[in-house]
Structures are given as C-alpha cells and as structure tokens.
Design a binder for this molecule. Structure first.
Ligand code: SIN
Length: 311
C-alpha cells in the first residue's frame, strides 16, 4: 500500500486528510469523532476570546454542487478548545492537532495568541485571516497593510508554530503581493482557501440562508479550481519553509490528489465532511491510494507540486 503520511512544521501525520475549520469541530464530541476517524488530525472551530452564538439560523445550507454558509464564527470560546487540546496532549502525546483562532479585533487576537503562547500547547496554531461572515468585519487578508501589521506584531512575541488561513485571491498581482508579505515571516504554513466569500444561492425566488440577506461563503465543487489555483500560486511563490494546506472542493481521492499535485502537504475536507460525515475520510483516502497505486507512487513526495504544464 502507498503511504499518505505527511508532515507539517516537522510534525508527522499518518494521513494527509483532515477536517476544514468550521466543519465537524465545534464541540469535543465532534472533534473526538474526527480524531477517531481515518483523518490524520483535526483543526478546531475558529476560536474567539469569548464564546459566540454566531449569526441567526438558517446559516448553513448544503446545495447540489457545494454549500453556502454565513455562520458568523459561532464557537465555544478559546478556553474550551485550549483546555481540550491540553488534556489531549497528556493522553495522546504522539499526535499533533491544530487550534484555529482569531480575535474580533486586533487587540483580541493578540490577547488570544499571548494566551496560547503562554500555555503548554504544543500543537499547530492557525490564525484565521479570512472569515467572510461577520457583518461589518472585512476579511483581514484582503487588506495587505493590516495583514502585514498584524503578522509583524504577532511574530514579535509568538514563537510557536503558526500558520494562516487565507481567503481566495483572484489576481496574479495579488498572489505576488500576498506572497511577498508572507515570505517576510516565520510562518509554517498557509491554508488555501477559506470559502469564496459572499456568494448568493437562490431557490425559487428566495435566498437559502438568513444572515446578510442570503450572502454567504461558497464551498464544495464550485470552488475547486479557485482552491487549486491558490494552492499552486503560493506553492510557486512561498519560501520552502512555508508549507501549503489545500482546502476546497475535495469530494474524491482525485480532488485530494490534485491538491497535492498543486503543492499541498495536507488536504482539508469541509463541505463533503458536512454532507457525508467522518466516513468520508476513509473513502477519500482509499480513492487517493488507488490513484497512487495506479500511477506507481509510493508516497506524497513522489508527486507533490509536480503539476504538468503544456508547452
Ligand atoms: C463562519 O463561522 O462564519 C465560518 C468561518 C470562516 O469562514 O472562517
């Protein structure tokens, strides 16, 4: 059997598949389910300093080619996830997990990151710079000046392995500008992509989610080409110490294969996990292994980043 084992920031994972933040990770029960599945690890729901109820329901809708959501960062608050992870570290010291977080203001973000830095947490931290769903709060990573300022401030005190969750970019110049900023910092990974922000899905004559009159982040099949483009654009531009996590449109082993071909070291599953449950990890892994067998690949290094071009 080929190996789908991978590494991020020097930590090893038995499988390159995991959940995407926001899906199946709000509660300890959900996180335990992902942990007990074929997934290599999990990431928590993005934690804010205090627990949040999020936007009014209905706020997530599966649709035929994907999903639309405007959750608004509902979560149990940093302490809930951090306490769970610290406990897990004692019980399963050989596994590594991801903590996703962001503040509702830059001050909150620093308070949260200081807390994580001062805690005994030994895992990976993902700073979410890309939530499109909090009314009045733009996606941070679309503002390059603010992004650079936050990263400068954060890396002055945060010494644990840190990555960022990015929104999709759509212009080559923006890939260049964003990469030039990220390359200045000791980031360990970037995660491409969060949902494509502020789409609209309509049934008959009406939107399908309540917040923001139906505007919400789009995931699933709709977003795979954009996700692959972002994974590959950053794989080409970032220094090798900054690894890529690929997220967006992973329904099958073939989709995971394409993310890795574009440069991803880890692949996250969001909409498909929501639709299918944690059994999706075993199915997608098996499909990925079958492709690797058919192509004679033993491990992910055999094809990671080796996307072919024409001419
Ligand atoms: C949400 O809670 O609104 C989704 C999280 C995200 O897109 O970052």
């Amino acid at each position: 059997m080929p190996s789908t084992q991978t590494q991020i920031a020097g930590f090893s994972f038995d499988n390159c598949l995991m959940n995407a933040a926001g899906v199946h990770c709000m509660t300890i029960a959900e996180l335990d389910e992902v942990k007990g599945s074929a997934a290599g690890t999990f990431v928590t729901k993005t934690a804010t300093l205090e627990a949040r109820a999020g936007n009014p329901e209905p706020r997530y809708q599966d649709v035929p080619l994907g999903s639309i959501n405007s959750m608004g960062l509902p979560n149990q608050g940093l302490d809930y996830y951090l306490d769970y992870l610290l406990d897990l570290q004692e019980k399963e010291p050989n596994r590594t997990f991801f903590l996703s977080l962001v503040g509702m203001s830059p001050e909150d973000t620093h308070t949260i990151l200081h807390k994580v830095e001062e805690s005994g947490f030994k895992g990976l931290t993902e700073l979410n710079l890309s939530c499109p769903n909090v009314p009045g709060k733009p996606q941070i990573a679309y503002d390059f000046e603010t992004t650079e300022r936050i990263l400068t401030e954060v890396f002055a005190y945060f010494k644990k392995p840190l990555g960022i969750k990015l929104p999709p970019y759509f212009d080559i110049v923006h890939f260049d500008q964003a990469a030039a900023i990220f390359n200045q910092f000791p980031l360990r990974f970037v995660n491409c992509i969060n949902s494509i922000g502020n789409g609209l899905y309509i049934e008959d004559e009406t939107v399908v989610i309540r917040p923001k009159n139906g505007f919400g982040g789009i995931g699933g099949q709709y977003v795979k080409p954009t996700a692959l483009a972002n994974v590959h654009a950053f794989y080409q531009r970032l220094k090798p110490e900054i690894q890529i996590i690929g997220t967006g449109g992973v329904l099958t082993g073939r989709d995971a294969f394409e993310h890795i071909l574009c440069g991803a070291s880890m692949v996250q599953v969001g909409t498909t996990l929501h639709k299918e449950g944690v059994a999706a990890f075993e199915r997608i892994t098996k499909e990925l292994e079958e492709i690797m067998v058919a192509k004679g690949y033993q491990n992910l290094d055999d094809f990671r980043g080796k996307l072919g071009y024409i001419g």
